[in-house]
Design a protein around this ligand. Structure first.
Ligand SMILES: [Zn+2]
Length: 105
């Protein structure tokens, strides 16, 4: 499985999910190229929310996953056992049944 992303042809910024406008340099439509990234990355940070938005059952664990090309993704942890999480560990990104990003160690 791979993760769909966009790459800016002007500044090189890689963004997930795909977009038509670069959030870094503001260049518009036609300059963003669709690319695919490996689903393996590292856990940059995580937090446990005891008061998540409605539709989520507390607690939830959210993490920032860094993929290749320094692409950052906010993802749910699909395990409730945060004892196993460690900053810098290798994680695998995927999608859940609602097409949200989830990661697992
Ligand atoms: Zn750009």
């Amino acid at each position: 499985m791979s993760i769909s992303a966009s790459e800016c042809s002007s500044c090189g910024k890689v963004i997930i999910p795909q977009r038509s406008i670069c959030p870094k340099c503001g260049i518009s439509r036609g300059s963003m190229r669709a690319i695919e990234l490996s689903e393996y990355g590292t856990l940059e940070s995580y937090t446990v929310s005891q008061f998540p938005p409605s539709k989520f059952e507390a607690p939830i664990t959210l993490g920032i996953v860094k993929l290749e090309r320094n692409a950052l993704v906010l993802a749910l942890c699909n395990s409730r056992d945060i004892e196993d999480l460690e900053i810098g560990m290798e994680v695998r990104l995927s999608y859940d049944e609602k097409q949200r990003f989830v990661f697992q160690a």
